[in-house]
Design a protein around this ligand. Structure first.
Ligand SMILES: Cc1cc2nc3c(=O)[nH]c(=O)nc-3n(C[C@H](O)[C@H](O)[C@H](O)COP(=O)(O)O)c2cc1C
Length: 233
């Protein structure tokens, strides 16, 4: 049995095949279509905690999940624990799940110390998760890569800190930031992360068909899978 119900904190999700958050792609119409086609959980495009904090109207539009089939996860990013906490106070009033982006490789995100850059500062990463959890009334999840570069594979370490900080699930894209979207997804590292935490782990990266999905489940023993680019074809 691969496809099954999954609980993230107190949120019961009818299946464990999730649509990946994709900036510029997973807007409201796209989320609705994917939900109709059976995605268990869908995510908003990533939204800046700073922009939420400063009440930016364009950003707030990204967060509009009204009238969508539940549950919908809202993804936020940022590197300041206080501002992440403040943004959480707003997002928690309507989101079913709050997801923290700690995997984005884009230069404009990394140069500000956000996204995957946080994998180079695990103390800060832990503080951010703690502060989001402290300010949230809904389950908090975190999406990571396995490290910033191949010399620093920190997936297991990061996952343990994230679990300890109170997150209810972790999604792992099995690449480093340095790899961007090149090379192969590191299934061994996803498996190691799964072995080392008790909260659900969602495997992500290069799942394009049934065979890839089966391999992700069989090889890593993850609790669920997340599909990004293949959903566009
Ligand atoms: C166009 C595009 C936009 C993305 N935007 C986000 C994002 O906003 N937040 C995030 O966590 N990941 C983002 N990602 C990464 C995906 O969620 C996913 O981790 C990655 O594409 C690997 O999965 P895949 O091989 O199934 O595509 C983006 C990926 C693409 C291709």
């Amino acid at each position: 049995m691969y496809i099954k119900e999954i609980n993230i904190g107190n949120v019961c999700i009818k299946n464990n095949v999730f649509l990946a958050p994709m900036a510029g792609v997973t807007d409201k119409p796209f989320r609705i279509i994917c939900k109709d086609f059976g995605a268990g959980l869908v995510y908003t495009e990533m939204a800046s905690s700073r922009a939420i904090f400063y009440n930016d109207s364009k950003t707030k539009k990204l967060l509009d999940i009204e009238n969508e089939k539940k549950p919908v996860a809202v993804q936020i990013f940022g590197n300041n624990p206080e501002i992440m906490g403040e943004a959480t106070k707003y997002v928690t009033t309507f989101a079913d799940i709050i997801d923290i982006n700690m995997g984005c490789p884009a230069p404009k995100v990394v140069k500000n110390g956000d996204g995957s850059k946080l994998l180079t500062n695990l103390d800060l990463l832990g503080k951010i998760v703690e502060n989001v959890v402290a300010n949230s009334t809904v389950p908090v999840t975190v999406k990571i890569r396995i490290g910033f570069e191949k010399e620093n594979i920190v997936g297991v370490q990061a996952a343990k800190i994230i679990e300890q900080a109170g997150a209810e699930a972790i999604t792992v894209h099995g690449r480093t930031r340095e790899q961007y979207y090149s090379g192969k997804v590191n299934l061994d590292e996803i498996a190691r992360i799964k072995e080392n935490v008790k909260i659900p782990v969602i495997g992500n990266g290069d799942i394009r068909n049934k065979k890839d999905a089966k391999l992700m489940f069989d090889y890593t023993k993850v609790d669920g899978i997340m599909i990004g680019r293949a959903s566009l074809r």
